[in-house]
Design a protein around this ligand. Structure first.
Ligand code: BES
Ligand code: ZN
Ligand code: ZN
Length: 492
């Protein structure tokens, strides 16, 4: 979908659909006089995400006017606006609308008719344009809206920049979702590395894929143990962004952010095999990795002042004849030995080696994102991602980055007591805790490898994929936590 920023005259603009925001109880635009009977009859109340599509509205040249409810003006923020923009595009799909104008303008929109609002609308419109139909050979006709112009009264260079930033994040989200929606027979670890390679073309990012041989040389025993049950070879993807020395010198800040995403292209559970029912859902087990690839695209374009390394350990967890067994002991890249008690707790094994590798590359701050445990979805449902942090200052930065991105996060505990669950007499650590607090013992396992370096672990098992579509989001991969990743890098 094409996106533009402009200042058209709202009454005179010729377009298939003009989207007008109306708040609940807020001052109404004089422009929309013709809608007064609809307000008076109570048909349009301005409730959040209430949509009314009207044809041939007096006073407008637009073929249709879509009145988009924005809720109470004092409650409306950038996240709400992003959702409205996204839902508006989704509402217009399949209705023969090829061009639209989204008006970020109105007497009650003072809170959000800002630069941040422009960025939110741009991201939202693009996010709303995405459909999980890549593999349908016959697409529903008229399902896509060709172009949308954001109409603002604001002027200045900052507005253009905000628009660009919103667009770049929206495009990155959709790239990440395009990768994540690929099925596991197509998106093998090798294919995932190819998607990352295609992304870095022309971005200036440096790129490397470590193959199995290289991983053996380095001693990534934890990752290789997971990979050995599959006929598909693993791929360890490394994408690096270095700020331009002329502007914002990396060496002055000394910050080197490491973003790590779980890239299990399919998780059968391995020998500790999962039940058949619902197993197909485990094609989503690379969503953390897909978010890192998308985030690196946005970071390459937005050029933050800090160095950023994106790492995606990509493997398939299969129960082949060479598969690792419960009872195996592997030696991780850190040198620590791990007793495998359950081969389905594979994410933490590949992340352990990825975290150690990131430290070897000199990362000063780490954030990993992983569809790590069913337990986090039991605890938090599908609304918030679980955040585990070893450092309060990084946690504060992260929570603020996530809030701005509209990605809900909930701080979870990482008390030393959880470490007790991982004790074994046969090795340095075992790969599962007990029945209780599964998301916490998984996080505690990872903490063992991040050591003293400020680190955040995000369990996105409940939020990376949407099983039931929402007005503002299609079914399928959500892209979470890409927006937070990018904001964290940009905010430093
Ligand atoms: N990818 C799964 C996490 C998962 C499981 C997400 C179920 C959504 C639903 C992960 O690799 C896994 O299998 N975790 C196990 C850990 C257990 C064996 C300690 C889990 O959560 O059941
Ligand atoms: Zn698993
Ligand atoms: Zn998994």
């Amino acid at each position: 979908m094409e996106l533009k920023l402009g200042r058209p005259d709202l009454a005179g603009v010729e377009t298939d659909a003009l989207v007008l925001l109306e708040t609940e109880g807020g001052k109404r635009s004089d422009l929309a006089q013709a809608l007064t009977p609809l307000y008076e009859s109570g048909e349009i109340a301005g409730k959040f995400l209430e949509f009314t599509l009207l044809h041939g509205v007096q006073g407008f040249k637009a073929r249709r006017v879509l009145v988009a409810g924005a809720g109470k003006p004092e409650k409306l923020d950038a996240t709400g606006l992003r959702r409205i923009a996204s839902a508006a595009v989704r509402h217009l799909k399949g209705k023969g609308v090829t061009s639209a104008v989204f008006a970020l303008d109105g007497p009650a929109l003072g809170n959000v008719a800002t630069e941040a609002g422009v960025a939110a609308v741009a991201t939202g419109l693009l996010a709303g344009s995405w459909e999980p139909d890549r593999f349908k050979t016959v697409k529903e006709p008229g399902k896509s809206v060709g172009s949308v112009e954001i109409a603002v009264a604001l002027t200045g260079e900052g507005v253009e920049k905000a628009f660009e930033r919103g667009r770049i994040i929206g495009e990155a989200l959709n790239l990440s979702r395009d990768i994540a929606v690929e099925p596991p027979n197509i998106l093998t670890p090798t294919a995932m590395a190819e998607r990352a390679r295609a992304m870095v073309q022309g971005t200036g990012l440096s790129f490397e894929v470590l193959d199995r041989g290289r991983m053996q040389q380095l001693g990534m025993g934890a990752l290789l143990g997971v990979a050995q049950g599959s006929a598909e070879p693993p791929a360890f993807i490394v994408m690096q962004y270095k700020p331009d020395k002329a502007s914002g010198d990396v060496h002055l800040s000394g910050i080197h952010l490491g973003l790590i995403g779980k890239g299990v292209t399919f998780d059968t559970g391995g020998i500790s095999i999962k039940p058949a029912e619902g197993m197909e859902k485990m094609k989503y087990d690379m969503c953390g990795g897909a978010a890192v690839i998308g985030a690196m695209q946005a970071i390459a374009r937005l050029k933050p002042n800090v160095a950023v390394t994106g790492i995606v350990p990509a493997v398939e967890n299969m129960p082949g004849s060479k598969a690792q067994r419960p009872g195996d002991i592997v030696t991780s890249l850190s040198g620590k030995t791990i007793e495998i008690l359950n081969t389905d707790a594979e994410g933490r094994l590949i992340l352990a080696d990825a975290i150690t590798y990131a430290l070897q590359l000199g990362c000063t701050h780490l954030v990993d994102a992983a569809t790590l445990t069913g337990a986090i979805a039991v605890a938090l449902g599908h609304t918030s991602s679980g955040v585990f942090a070893s450092d309060d200052a990084l946690l504060e930065r992260w929570m603020s980055a996530a809030k701005d991105a509209g990605e809900k996060m909930w701080h979870m505990p990482l008390d030393d007591e959880y470490r007790d669950q991982l004790k074994t007499v046969y090795a340095d650590i075992q790969n599962i805790g007990g029945r209780w607090g599964g998301a916490c013992s998984a996080a505690m396992f990872l903490k063992e490898f991040s050591g003293e370096t400020p680190w955040i672990h995000l369990d996105v098992a409940g939020t990376a994929w949407l099983d039931d579509e929402k007005p503002f989001l299609a079914k399928g991969p959500t892209g979470i936590p890409l927006g937070s990743f990018v904001n964290l890098a940009m905010g430093w």
